[in-house]
Design a protein around this ligand. Structure first.
Ligand code: URA
Length: 212
């Protein structure tokens, strides 16, 4: 698995404001959107293109356009929904699938309550949006769903990642034969006993949308 930790002062600045417990939900949502657009710029570096001929007002030339089939973007509900706008700003023609997953706060195990993915993902580049890579349980399930449907390149975009979660993904998918990349804004220190990322930013869903 390739792991790319973004190293950019604007990303660090925005993450610091996100982490601050005083940041309110409207500001948090705006910052998540901006951060995802910045991370998406890195995450889409390998997006497939084709050569096309065009005419500028001056001359004929060749250029690159995104190839078909278009990439698929999969936000993991609830918190990944806060990342969707920032992603489709950069990839407006991407197809969007949804996965609804919830983590049991006692066992830290993920369960799926909604699955709206295209049946056939053969040959598709897929981008999973999940703000927090903590234990890795949710991402492992999400990646498994995509591989089952034939995805042949998967990139997870996470605002923060814990070393424990990265190790779980690496172990789980080392023999999958599907290239998997993680693009994250920060590699944090560890998980605490409740499975929260440290220093982290708390519960991303609650910070985005309020406590339910
Ligand atoms: N999910 C969150 O929202 N925050 C964490 O720190 C870990 C998992």
């Amino acid at each position: 698995m390739k792991v790319h930790v973004a190293n950019h002062p604007l990303i660090s600045h925005k993450l610091t404001v996100l982490r601050d417990e005083r940041t309110d939900s409207p500001t948090f949502r705006l910052l998540v959107e901006e951060l995802v657009t910045l991370l998406a710029y890195e995450a889409t570096r390998e997006v497939r293109t084709k050569t096309v001929k065009i005419k500028t007002p001056v001359t004929e030339t060749t250029g690159l356009k995104m190839a078909e089939p278009r990439p698929v973007v999969v936000p993991i509900l609830r918190a990944g929904l806060g990342m969707l706008e920032g992603m489709v700003k950069l990839l407006p023609t991407a197809q969007v699938g949804f996965l609804g997953m919830v983590r049991d706060e006692e066992t830290l195990k993920a369960t799926t309550y909604a699955n709206r993915l295209p049946e056939d993902l053969s040959g598709r580049q897929c981008f999973i949006l999940d703000p927090m890579l903590a234990t890795g349980g949710t991402l492992v399930m999400a990646i498994d769903y995509l591989i089952e449907r034939g995805a042949n390149e998967i990139t997870a975009i996470c605002l923060l990642a814990a070393p424990e979660g990265i190790k779980v993904l690496e172990d789980q998918f080392k023999d999958s034969g599907v290239p998997i990349t993680l693009v994250t804004g920060s590699l944090d220190e560890k998980l605490n006993e409740k499975g929260y990322i440290v220093p982290g930013l708390g519960d991303a869903g609650d910070r985005l949308y309020g406590v339910v």
